[in-house]
Design a protein around this ligand. Structure first.
Ligand code: PFF
Length: 450
């Protein structure tokens, strides 16, 4: 057998997996969901989802990856030779590929906004909405920025697990946390901080409907990077003494903390400027916030520029560590299954993904008329990946580990061969056998109905 890389330390393993989880979803979606859906009441429901659904699914992915020490497709093939369960591995790698193709385009937009902040052009009065729409509809500028972003991701992944992904995560994740703390402190000192925090945190249980609960679960799934082969691939580099349960809990904690802190950055800032609407997703990050950065430090444009450079840098780092994990999920497969060197495998993945990425980018401009079920290419990829395949794949992972895998094998994996105690093992099994598949099934049906 050829020797396969491992993460060099437990900290490296946690930071790499946390890097995968902490991404655009934490910064631009979670805070708005909280604010609009009941504040602290939503946070409470989200935490329950993370604990009862997110952590068990993550542990299950870790079990499959660490036990086989192989890429996701080979992992399922080895554990269930000749049976249809193998499709799960294929789905994981395929969905990672699909998500990466549009994730790089949005990350490219972030890079563009970072460059503009550094040049000071974002602090000049302008119509940010028109500027953003014109930029994303441009036939080649977003592609150029997407390619540069893919280039960074490629360079890290091509260097390998220890000297690429782990080393980079060990530097970037602490840096990301420092930037968050600095931005939170700045935001707390803005005049609207009080109102922003009230919007974000005031518990309002009357807003918690079934739809809100389902959306909390969907958000937890995407935010924790579940069911895309990423965490399974990273777990295949865990050493035999890595504690799977503790790692899953730590990663989930870091991810949730970053999501909440992002709200602490965004809403005090937004509420400090009169007449600004609370928006979501790209609208929030690329239209509302540039306007806020410009207005919030009225009279001291330099402060606005510094704040916006730090904010887009934060977003870019978060996106980069997530993109690395998506890339690695596919690269590991190409490298191991097609027996090509890692650098070559990563070139194949980067180029193939970028080709799809170009189609995603053009779907905002010249190809916007091309629609399937009313969706452009970008929306179609997002729908297929994060609404359909990801959820189905989550159900299959739980059923696979809960019912198909030998119970003793699973126990040995989560307790490192019986050397650790896991008192909640029965509860964990109960959750992945019954609760999680049923809950995800309900979310899935609901998404399709919408
Ligand atoms: N968790 C990332 C986010 O919150 O933006 C997105 C993501 C990364 C999803 C990696 C899935 C994945 F495998």
């Amino acid at each position: 057998m050829t020797t396969r890389s491992n993460f060099g330390s437990k900290l490296g393993a946690v930071l790499a997996a946390a890097g995968s989880a902490v991404g655009l979803g934490n910064v631009w979606r979670f805070p708005t969901e909280v604010g609009n859906n009941g504040g602290a009441a939503f946070i409470l429901i989200y935490l329950i989802c993370v604990l009862l659904i997110g952590v068990p699914v993550m542990i299950s992915e870790f079990v499959v990856g660490r036990h086989t020490h192989a890429n996701t497709i080979t992992a399922y093939k080895r554990l269930a030779p000749g049976s249809w369960w193998r499709i799960e591995g294929v789905a994981g790698v395929f969905v990672a590929f699909l998500i990466l193709s549009y994730y790089v385009i949005i990350s490219g937009w972030t890079l563009y906004y970072l460059v503009q902040s550094c040049l000071g052009t974002l602090s000049v009065a302008q119509d940010f909405k028109a500027g953003f729409s014109a930029f994303i509809a441009h036939p080649w500028w977003p592609v150029v920025y997407g390619c540069i972003f893919m280039g960074f991701t490629h360079l890290v992944v091509a260097r390998g697990v220890q000297s690429g992904i782990e080393r980079f995560s060990k530097v970037m994740m602490p840096l990301l946390l420092v930037i968050i703390v600095v931005l939170v402190v700045c935001s707390f000192n803005m005049p609207g901080a009080h109102d922003g925090l009230r919007f974000l945190l005031k518990p309002d249980f009357s807003k918690v409907t079934t739809r809100v609960m389902l959306s909390a679960m969907g958000q937890a799934f995407f935010s924790l990077s579940l069911a895309m082969g990423c965490l399974c691939t990273y777990a295949s580099y865990f050493s035999s003494d890595t504690r799977l349960v503790r790692t899953a809990v730590n990663v989930s904690l870091i991810d949730t903390l970053v999501a909440i802190m992002s709200g602490f950055i965004i809403f005090p800032a937004v509420f400090s400027v009169q007449g600004v609407q609370v928006d979501e997703g790209p609208g929030l990050v690329f239209i509302t916030l540039p306007h806020v950065f410009q207005m919030a430090f009225h009279g001291v444009p330099l402060l606005g520029s510094v704040f916006s450079v730090l904010f887009y840098l934060l977003l870019l780092l978060a996106a980069l560590t997530s993109a690395m994990s998506l890339h690695e999920s596919v690269t590991a497969y190409v490298h191991e299954a097609a027996h090509v060197s890692r650098p070559r495998a990563s070139v194949v993945v980067s180029v193939a993904c970028m080709l799809l990425g170009v189609a995603c980018s053009l779907s905002f401009g010249p190809w916007s008329g091309f629609r399937v079920f009313g969706m452009n290419i970008f929306e179609l990829f997002d729908f297929a990946a994060s609404k359909v395949i990801m959820l189905l794949s989550g159900i299959v992972i739980c059923l696979f580990v809960g019912w198909k895998l030998d119970r003793q094998l699973v126990y040995d994996e989560v307790t490192n061969g019986g050397t650790l105690r896991f008192r909640l093992f029965r509860l964990y099994l109960f959750l992945i056998r019954y609760v999680v598949p049923i809950v995800i099934g309900v979310i899935f049906v609901n998404e399709l109905r919408q």
